[in-house]
Structure formats: structure tokens, C-alpha cells
Ligand binder design. Structure first.
Ligand code: HEC
Ligand code: HEC
Ligand code: HEC
Length: 271
């Protein structure tokens, strides 16, 4: 059986090569009808946080992809249009110096899969009997079943709970310190109520990330807090630090003529 199978595979491969050569020689030939196997699979990469900031690669115009992604880590590394899919950032205090429409963000709402149900199906402003409405930490089995990360909630070292961030009656909104709702597309206004120092750093461009036109008043896309931080797991479990580490990119290609970069690992001055 085996002796027949091997040449059959070779024959199939040979035919495939032949076909592709033929295809190259005949540029005007009509494209072959797509078969299930030949259909291109979507390339999905992530921006800040794997699984929470997915972006699907597509062409903005022929030859210009919206993003190019790292083949090793799957992270978005290059943008055909840094403003693709963005909306104007909501006004915040002390940002008056930015020209209208020059600060944009990628809205979070399309990435939140539970959200559609949050404010309507379950938390529509009335609560089933015994439903937690206080800020006390209370296990919520129904929520834990939907989002296992909530079982071992790692933010604030036991000091904060759901309703410190999520609105009491409008569950598809966050809450400010006075109970006023904040859109889930503006996590910076939520995080900033407790991390004022980080919000100021972010606003000044010392924390976070921006892409776009780098002239001082140029239009930029600002990455919002929850594009990088998982709000339910900022202490990152075992690591107990503020950020789940990303897989680093491999080192870049060495400059022409350089054989090794080992010297960079040695310190010129003995300790
Ligand atoms: C520190 C603030 C904070 C606390 C405390 C918090 N959350 Fe969240 N939660 C957020 C933010 C911010 C988002 C939006 C995340 C994003 O943009 O990716 C979110 C999103 C969610 C979502 C929507 C997720 C989705 O993918 O659709 C649910 C459901 C949720 N939280 C439930 C809870 C529950 C239940 C608790 C309490 C056990 C809780 N949260 C505690 C900040 C918080
Ligand atoms: C209700 C107040 C509150 C809100 C809102 C809040 N945090 Fe926190 N956060 C805390 C507290 C308290 C800690 C624990 C600080 C500590 O242990 O020193 C913390 C810790 C953190 C840490 C870890 C810091 C470290 O040193 O390990 C990060 C990162 C963080 N928060 C990010 C965020 C982000 C992003 C948001 C918005 C989605 C947010 N926080 C919203 C109260 C808050
Ligand atoms: C582009 C990604 C990115 C964005 C956007 C971002 N952060 Fe961070 N943040 C980081 C990284 C990376 C660290 C360092 C984590 C570490 O040292 O483990 C950090 C650290 C922190 C810490 C802990 C600081 C400490 O001293 O350990 C807090 C709190 C925090 N960020 C809050 C925020 C808030 C609030 C926002 C939005 C206003 C925000 N971050 C936006 C990437 C980001």
C-alpha cells in the first residue's frame, strides 16, 4: 500500500507545481473558481492585548493592507491607515490645546462580546431578588461562568469590586465617582478616577502609545487603557505586576557586514 501512496503524493505535488507554472504563464487566464481549500483564511492579529484587540487584515486599496502583523507574535506592527476604524476621542479636562478631531481612539464596544446582553437581557435596571447591588466583594457564579477571569479577580488587591467601575443601573456603562455614567469607549475616564497620575502621564504622552502624524499638533490615534491592560487582571496572577508580559519580537536583522551582536551582551566595564 505504502509503495503506491508515495508516488501518488509526488504526482499530485508535480501536478500542482505544473498548474501554478501554467497559471503564471497565462496572466490573462480567468481566475480559477475558488474551492473551499483554496479560499484565503483571514489573518487576524492583535493590537495591544491578545484576544481583546483583534483586527482582521484586509486591503484598504489594492496592495495596501490595513495592518501588517508579526509572523512570530501575531502583533500588529505596521498600519496602512493609523486612523482606520477610529472615532473622535471624547473631550477630557486639560486637552483643549488639541485641535478638533485630532485625537482619535479605537472604540472598545465592538470588542466586548458580553456587552450587548449586559444592559438589556440581565441588568436592565431591575434586579432579580438577592442580586448584589452593593460594592462589597461577593462571588457572582453566573458572571464567573461567563468570564472565568472574574473568579480570581486581580485588581486593587481586594480593595475594589465590580460597582467601583461598572454603573449600578446601566451595566453597559462605567461609573464616575458621582454615579454619572461613562461610555465603555472611554476607559481612560474610568481608570483616571483612581489612577490620576497615570491619566496625566497618558495625556502628556509619557504613558501608553499613539500612532499617526507625529508633528506636535498632528492627528493621532491614542491607545486607551484597556487596549493594553486587562481591567479584571491587572495584577497578572502569579507575576503580581501591572501588566501581562507580551512575547518579545525576535531581534532585527544584523546590519550588512556584521556577523554577530554578541558584543552587546558584554559590559565594557568589569563589575
Ligand atoms: C477596575 C474597574 C473594573 C472592575 C472593578 C470590574 N470591571 Fe468589568 N470591566 C472593566 C472594563 C474597563 C471593561 C472593558 C474592558 C475592555 O475594554 O476590554 C470591563 C468589562 C466587563 C464586562 C464585559 C466584557 C465583554 O467582553 O463583553 C463584563 C461582563 C464585566 N466587566 C463584568 C465585571 C464583573 C462581574 C466585575 C466584578 C466581579 C467587574 N467587571 C469588575 C472594568 C472593571
Ligand atoms: C475604583 C478605583 C480604581 C479604578 C477605577 C481602577 N483602578 Fe487600577 N488599581 C486600583 C487599586 C486600589 C490598585 C492597587 C494598587 C496597589 O496595589 O498599590 C490598582 C492597581 C492597578 C494596576 C497594577 C499596579 C501595580 O503596581 O501592580 C494597574 C495596571 C491598574 N490598576 C490599571 C487600571 C486600569 C487600566 C484601569 C481602568 C480600566 C483601572 N486601573 C481602574 C484602583 C482602581
Ligand atoms: C500601549 C499600552 C498601554 C496603554 C495604552 C496604557 N498602559 Fe498602563 N502600562 C503599560 C505598561 C507596559 C506598563 C508597565 C507594566 C509593568 O511594569 O509590569 C503599565 C503600567 C501601568 C500601571 C502600573 C504602574 C506601576 O507603577 O507599576 C498603571 C496603574 C497603569 N499602567 C495605568 C494605565 C492607565 C490608567 C492607562 C490609560 C489612561 C494606561 N495605563 C494605558 C502599558 C499601557
Amino acid at each position: 500500500m505504502k509503495r503506491i501512496a508515495v508516488p501518488a503524493v509526488l504526482l499530485a505535488l508535480g501536478a500542482a507545481v505544473l498548474l501554478s507554472v501554467m497559471a503564471q504563464n497565462a496572466p490573462d487566464a480567468p481566475a480559477p473558481a475558488p474551492t473551499a481549500a483554496a479560499e484565503k483564511k483571514d489573518v487576524v492579529c492583535f493590537e495591544g492585548r491578545k484576544g481583546a484587540t483583534d483586527v482582521t487584515q484586509r486591503e484598504l486599496k489594492p496592495g495596501l493592507p490595513n495592518v501588517k502583523c508579526s509572523p512570530t507574535t501575531g502583533a500588529a506592527l505596521w498600519y496602512g491607515d493609523p486612523y482606520d476604524g477610529t472615532v473622535a476621542m471624547a473631550k477630557m479636562p486639560n486637552m483643549d490645546n488639541i485641535p478638533e478631531g485630532h485625537a482619535v481612539v479605537s472604540p472598545r464596544t465592538p470588542h466586548l462580546k458580553q456587552l450587548a446582553a449586559c444592559g438589556t437581557a440581565c441588568h436592565n435596571g431591575t434586579y432579580p431578588k438577592g442580586f448584589p447591588t452593593s460594592k462589597e466583594a461577593t462571588p457572582i457564579p453566573t458572571m464567573e461562568a461567563m468570564m472565568p477571569e472574574l473568579k480570581d479577580f486581580q485588581h486593587g488587591r481586594g480593595g475594589i469590586w465590580c460597582l467601583d467601575c461598572h454603573h449600578t443601573t446601566q451595566r453597559n456603562k462605567f461609573t464616575d465617582n458621582f454615579g454619572k455614567p461613562i461610555s465603555m469607549d472611554e476607559p481612560q475616564s474610568l481608570c483616571g478616577k483612581c489612577h490620576g497620575d497615570k491619566l496625566r502621564d497618558w495625556r502628556d504622552g509619557i504613558h501608553g502609545k499613539r500612532i499617526g502624524d507625529f508633528t506636535s499638533t498632528g492627528k493621532k490615534r491614542w491607545f486607551t487603557c484597556s487596549e493594553c491592560h486587562n481591567p479584571h487582571n491587572v495584577q497578572d496572577g502569579a507575576r503580581n505586576r501591572g501588566f501581562a508580559q507580551l512575547q518579545p519580537e525576535p531581534p532585527p536583522q544584523l546590519p550588512k557586514g556584521m556577523k554577530s551582536a554578541e558584543f552587546e551582551k558584554t559590559h565594557p566595564i568589569a563589575h
